[in-house]
Design a protein around this ligand. Structure first.
Ligand code: E4P
Length: 252
């Protein structure tokens, strides 16, 4: 086993050989597992604005895109044209939300998305019993599923059991309702880690830069963020001030 980062606390042995270390981070406890140790953190953009993606995808820092019906409506465009345009930009993982009352509606709409866009498409399903049934089915036939609108550990447990590729807890909407979105990310990450669930925790409904760092810190595998938050991640007033000074001194 790799040696743990410093300041980890040796808690107990998970079997006769492997020590389990707990890392304090902003008051939350992180339990590393092979999953969290090997998965590199990823950023997705949460938008259906093709131009916003086009302007940022070339940074090489964005690993995927998430959309939802509200973002599509905001774009004012035909959803299928939006998805095609996004894929033409070279995006490798695009979450496309499908709607339907029953699991069979969701399955056939998910399969339709997969037939149209192939492996780039991740089918986004609501975290309901019908959505979970559809998730299990689509996962079994090799289609990636992103379970969306997740607000509790119990929902995330079911998403893990259904074999979802991603589980999307909506941290901003939780915070809007005086619930602790970051604690939910932490709880899900720890439970997945200790039960060796492969579902990746995709922090969604992220509204500000600070939440990105904290979400990764407590175990998120991926954060999906609006383009503006992505831009703001690179900005710092002290960087601007320092750079101005360096430019002046360079030219002096
Ligand atoms: C995630 O997949 C959703 O599209 C998104 O993050 C929702 O964010 P909102 O709560 O800001 O609408």
């Amino acid at each position: 086993m790799d040696s743990p980062p410093q300041r980890g606390i040796l808690a107990y042995f998970v079997d006769n050989h492997s020590p389990l270390y707990i890392y304090p981070m902003n008051g939350y406890l992180i339990t590393p597992t092979p999953n969290t140790q090997t998965n590199v953190m990823k950023l997705f953009l949460d938008t259906a604005e093709v131009k916003d993606i086009e302007d940022r995808i070339h940074t090489g820092l964005i690993s995927g895109i998430t959309t939802n019906p509200t973002l599509i409506k905001k774009s004012g465009r035909d959803p299928w044209k939006v998805y095609t345009d996004i894929i033409e930009l070279g995006v490798e993982d695009l979450s496309i939300e499908v709607m339907g009352e029953s699991s069979s509606d969701l399955i056939s709409n998910g399969m339709n998305v997969n037939q149209n866009y192939g492996n780039v498409a991740t089918v986004k399903l609501p975290c309901t019993i019908e959505g979970l049934k559809a998730c299990k089915h689509l996962t079994n036939i090799g289609i990636r599923v992103n379970m969306t609108l997740v607000f509790s550990v119990s929902q995330a447990l079911l998403c893990g059991l259904a074999g979802a590729t991603y589980v999307s807890p909506f941290i901003g909407r939780m915070d809007d309702n005086s619930l602790d979105g970051i604690k939910l990310i932490n709880d899900i990450s720890n439970i997945y880690a200790s039960n060796q669930v492969n579902t990746q925790v995709l922090a969604a409904s992220v509204r500000d830069v600070q939440s990105v760092g904290v979400a990764f810190g407590v175990g998120a595998d991926i954060c999906t963020i609006p383009p503006k938050v992505f831009d703001n991640m690179a900005n710092h007033a002290l960087t601007d001030v320092g750079l101005e000074q360096f430019n002046r001194d360079f030219l002096a």
